[in-house]
Design a protein around this ligand. Structure first.
Ligand SMILES: [Zn+2]
Length: 172
């Protein structure tokens, strides 16, 4: 392992030799918490440190590897975000992260955003029709949130949004 510095907080982090040439390194804690400084880091192929805890125990209550079972909720969530972005090109990954965070917690409407409203109303209706529980809906939001964070770290300001638009176009 080589020592490198996190581009956001500046703390030392380990880097496998294969990732040494990445233009940007982001530590596990910044990746998880998404501090505002992350926005100022230019786009590019970032190396994201893997949280050592995630290697010891698989994350509980995630639907990693079971995406197909939850397609009926995951698809509308991503579709609504993509449509919203299409109508509001000023939207940034950071806005989506905030909205999804507020939807994954039990907190009542604190971070009001019209995207949050759209998701909340439309996804809830679809999910209830399919007999999904609130817990399942939250798990789906968490899953999408993790995906937004990943693409944001690698692709910059709109890394996720540009990815999802392209991805959904490919699916037709
Ligand atoms: Zn950091």
């Amino acid at each position: 392992m080589i020592k490198v510095k996190c581009a956001s907080c500046g703390s030392d982090m380990d880097c496998p030799p294969s990732m040494e040439s990445a233009p940007v390194h982001i530590c596990a804690s910044c990746f998880e918490n998404q501090p505002p400084e992350l926005d100022t880091i230019p786009s590019g192929r970032a190396h994201i440190e893997i949280d050592p805890r995630s290697l010891v125990e698989p994350p509980k209550g995630t639907l990693m590897g079971r995406e197909d079972e939850y397609f009926d909720i995951l698809y509308p969530i991503e579709k609504i975000i993509a449509n919203y972005y299409w109508q509001n090109p000023n939207l940034k990954d950071r806005d989506v992260i905030k909205v999804l965070k507020s939807l994954t917690s039990n907190m009542e409407i604190r971070a009001w955003h019209s995207l949050r409203n759209e998701l909340w109303l439309m996804v809830d209706e679809i999910a209830k029709k399919n007999g999904r529980t609130d817990r399942e809906i939250r798990m789906c939001y968490k899953y999408v949130l993790a995906s937004v964070k990943r693409h944001h770290a690698v692709g910059g300001q709109r890394g996720y949004l540009d990815f999802i638009v392209e991805y959904l176009e490919g699916k037709g």
